[in-house]
Design a protein. Structure first.
Length: 316
């Protein structure tokens, strides 16, 4: 088993408590630009005007499912797993119910929320037990659900989507694991593809890495190309709502520093309230050279959830 797969976020929660942040550290990244009591982060950049702007991008009516199929064989960050049981309430057993011969099935799903295509909420990863807006884990994390930052609190994310094809820009079909790109590469790729990144956008990064999951799931989970912390900071400064990629963890693995884990996650989620979209299937968009589109996500509203399985839709 690859080392990265043996590392679990649960094990991080069991680590000894680290020293509290100093006042200087606190002033570095909170309170948020959206106000000291804000819990929504970059979603504040959404607006009816932005929806109307994005809707004007629809010219052909073509739709793209950005979510991958999620099942028991989905590559996942261990020990995450998926198990579905179909319950034959009265189908195939006994006589049909009622005069109209009603039969039915139901299903029981036992799964981790962070599997397959997913949105990371602001309560997912923090910095020394502090999360977006400096909120300490002791203030909102309970075993029965988050009391703040829950996925159910998010409004629909309907806005302009932008695809930045990093693989094409770097001259490769699939970027190698450990390939790191930051603001310089993102700016150059956007300029070459004649697309701008604007406040309120959702930015998707195409690396080609998702194709590896189809043929070699172990290799897929053992590493990935991805965003640097500096690149994450650049996108956050532009005012994007969310950043996604066709990788399982957005950050490059291995990253720029061997002693750090998911620094781009921390930059986006904790420091800036920018949401993360993982395992986005950008292949069809990349094949059509679709650089901007209407992005629509109505995430499931599971109360207290840290993250959720999603299937956003791009429309051109």
């Amino acid at each position: 088993m690859a080392p990265l797969r043996s590392i679990c976020l649960l094990s991080l929660l069991l680590m000894p408590t680290l020293p509290a942040l100093s006042a200087e550290d606190e002033g570095d990244w909170f309170p948020s630009r959206h106000g000291a009591e804000d819990t929504l982060g970059a979603i504040n950049y959404l607006s009816p005007e932005k929806v109307l702007q994005a809707a004007r991008l629809v010219k052909t009516g073509k739709t793209y499912a950005l979510g991958v199929e999620t099942g028991p064989d989905s590559p996942a960050y261990g020990p995450r797993s998926y198990a579905l049981t179909v319950l034959q309430l009265d189908d195939g057993v006994g006589a049909p119910l009622a005069a109209n011969q009603l039969t039915s099935n139901d299903d029981l799903l036992q799964t981790w929320m962070g599997i397959g295509s997913q949105i990371d909420g602001l309560g997912h990863l923090g910095i020394n037990h502090r999360y977006y807006n400096g909120k300490h884990a002791s203030e909102f994390v309970t075993v029965t659900g988050l009391t703040s930052f829950g996925i159910e609190t998010l409004p629909p994310i309907v806005t302009r989507g932008v695809l930045i094809n990093m693989a094409s820009h770097l001259g490769q079909e699939i970027l190698a694991a450990g390939t790191v790109f930051g603001s310089a590469e993102i700016k150059a790729a956007a300029a070459a593809q004649k697309v701008s990144i604007e406040r309120g956008d959702v930015v998707l990064l195409h690396t080609g890495w998702l194709a590896v999951a189809d043929t070699d799931p172990a290799r897929f989970m053992a590493g990935e190309p991805g965003l640097s912390q500096e690149g994450a900071r650049y996108l956050a400064e532009l005012g994007v709502v969310a950043v996604g990629a066709d990788t399982w963890g957005l950050d490059a693995m291995p990253g720029e520093r061997a002693d750090e884990m998911f620094p781009a996650h921390q930059e986006l989620l904790a420091r800036n309230g920018v949401y993360i979209l993982e395992n986005m299937d950008t292949r069809a968009l990349a094949a059509d050279a679709a650089t901007e589109f209407l992005f629509v996500l109505g995430q499931p509203r599971f109360v207290g959830a840290v993250q959720a399985v999603i299937n956003p839709v791009a429309i051109r």
